[in-house]
Design a protein around this ligand. Structure first.
Ligand code: DGL
Length: 268
C-alpha cells in the first residue's frame, strides 16, 4: 500500500461495494474510529460484481475513485472482496488516495491461524482469481485453502430474503458442499455474507465462520494511526450514495447500519 504525502487527516474515509455488503466493514470501522467522517458508495446498478469481468470492474471503479477524489477523501476502503481480488493491482497507484483492499489486508492474519484447512465462501470472480490462496501462500504455504463460490447469496442479502425456506435451502446446500473438505474455519470472503451469519449459525457453531471485516478494521485503524492520519476534527459527517434503488438499500442495510435518511442516487 502506498501512503501519499499530501493527505489531509481530517478528510473523510471512502467505502465502496456493489451494495449493502460494504456496510459490514463500515460498521466495524465506525466502532473503532468513531471520530472519522465517511462517504459510502453502493454500486447497486451493477450488482453483483462477482459476475462481472475485470474490464467492467475497472470501468465502474474508475468513476467511483474519481468521485472520491473530487470529494477530497483521504483513503478508499475496498469493502468488497471481488474488486480487491480482481483489480487492486491495477488501481492501487492510480489515484490520489490511500487504498485499503480487504483480501490483501487480512491475508497475513488468516495465514497465522493455528489451523491446517481454511475454507473461503466468496463470489465467482473472487474464487476464480485465487486471490485468497495466493495472498495466504505468501505467508504460509502449508495452509490448505478451499474456495467455494456461492452464486445466490449476494441476491439473498440484497433482497433481504434470508428467512425464506428456499434461501435457507440454497445456503444449506452450499454449506454442505464446503463441509466435504472438512475445513477448520471458513472465511466469509464476500462482504455481503456476514448478513447470513444468523442462518449459517443454525448449520454450525458461529465460531466456525470468520468475518474478515474485524481484522480489516483493525488494520485500517493501525495504518492510519502509524501515519498520523487519524482525524482530530470535531466536525464529522457521513454521506451515502447508491447508483439505483435507494429504498431497497435502506431496507436491506438495517442489520448492519441504521441509516437516518435515504442514500442519494448518483450515477456517472
Ligand atoms: N460484496 C462484494 C464482495 O465482497 C461484492 C458481491 C457482488 O456484488 O457480487 O465480493
Amino acid at each position: 500500500m502506498t501512503i501519499l504525502n499530501n493527505i489531509d487527516k481530517n478528510a473523510p474515509i471512502a467505502f465502496f461495494d456493489s451494495g449493502v455488503g460494504g456496510l459490514t466493514v463500515l460498521n466495524k470501522v465506525k466502532k473503532i474510529l468513531p471520530n472519522e467522517s465517511f462517504i459510502y458508495y453502493g454500486d447497486t446498478l451493477h450488482m453483483p460484481y462477482g459476475e462481472k469481468t475485470k474490464e467492467q470492474l475497472l470501468e465502474y471503479s474508475d468513476k467511483i475513485f474519481k468521485f472520491f477524489e473530487s470529494k477530497g477523501c483521504k483513503a478508499v476502503v475496498m469493502a468488497c472482496n471481488t474488486t480487491s481480488s480482481v483489480i487492486y493491482d491495477s488501481v492501487k497507484d492510480k489515484y490520489n488516495l490511500i487504498v485499503f483492499p480487504i483480501v490483501q489486508s487480512v491475508a497475513k492474519i488468516l495465514s497465522q491461524l493455528p489451523i491446517n484447512k481454511l475454507g473461503i465462501f466468496a463470489t465467482r470472480a473472487t474464487i476464480s482469481s485465487m486471490a485468497y490462496q495466493n495472498e495466504i501462500a505468501k505467508y504460509n504455504s502449508n495452509m490448505k485453502v478451499y474456495g467455494q463460490h456461492c452464486p445466490d447469496w449476494v441476491h439473498i442479502v440484497e433482497e433481504n430474503t434470508m428467512d425464506l425456506a428456499n434461501s435457507r435451502e440454497i445456503i444449506k446446500n452450499d454449506f454442505e458442499k464446503m463441509m466435504k473438505n472438512s475445513p477448520d474455519r471458513i472465511v466469509l470472503g464476500c462482504t455481503h455474507y456476514p448478513f447470513l451469519l444468523g442462518v449459517l449459525s443454525e448449520l454450525a457453531n458461529k465460531d466456525l465462520f470468520i468475518d474478515p471485516a474485524i481484522p480489516f478494521a483493525d488494520y485500517i485503524k493501525d495504518t492510519l494511526a502509524q501515519n498520523n492520519l487519524l482525524c482530530d476534527s470535531k466536525h464529522r459527517f457521513e454521506e451515502f450514495y447508491v447508483s439505483s434503488n435507494p429504498d431497497n438499500f435502506k431496507n436491506s442495510s438495517c442489520m448492519f447500519y441504521e441509516l437516518t435518511e435515504l442514500p442519494k442516487l448518483l450515477t456517472f
